[in-house]
Design a protein around this ligand. Sequence first.
Ligand SMILES: [Zn+2]
Length: 94
Amino acid sequence: MTQERNIRQRSCIGCGLHEAKDQLHRIVRDPRGSVSFDGTGRKAGRGAYVCSAACLAKAGKTKKLDRALRTRVSSEDFERIAGEIACVNDATDR
Ligand SMILES: [Zn+2]
């Protein structure tokens, strides 16, 4: 561990807010093409970031999530991810 490691900034695909990577929720499309919530932020694959469950819902509705991940996110996957992010939000926000 070094002190000088960069704080990587990412932007929320829902509202465009820039945040440190660990403040955002990562959604990843893995090399096999399945889409999931990445609670660790370390999964391999193409990632998209949202700051909240509300922004995820917005990004899903406007197809921004599909575009960010370059895939079609199924409604089952979307519901599952939304549920997982809602849980994390509750744990950290309040
Ligand atoms: Zn947002």
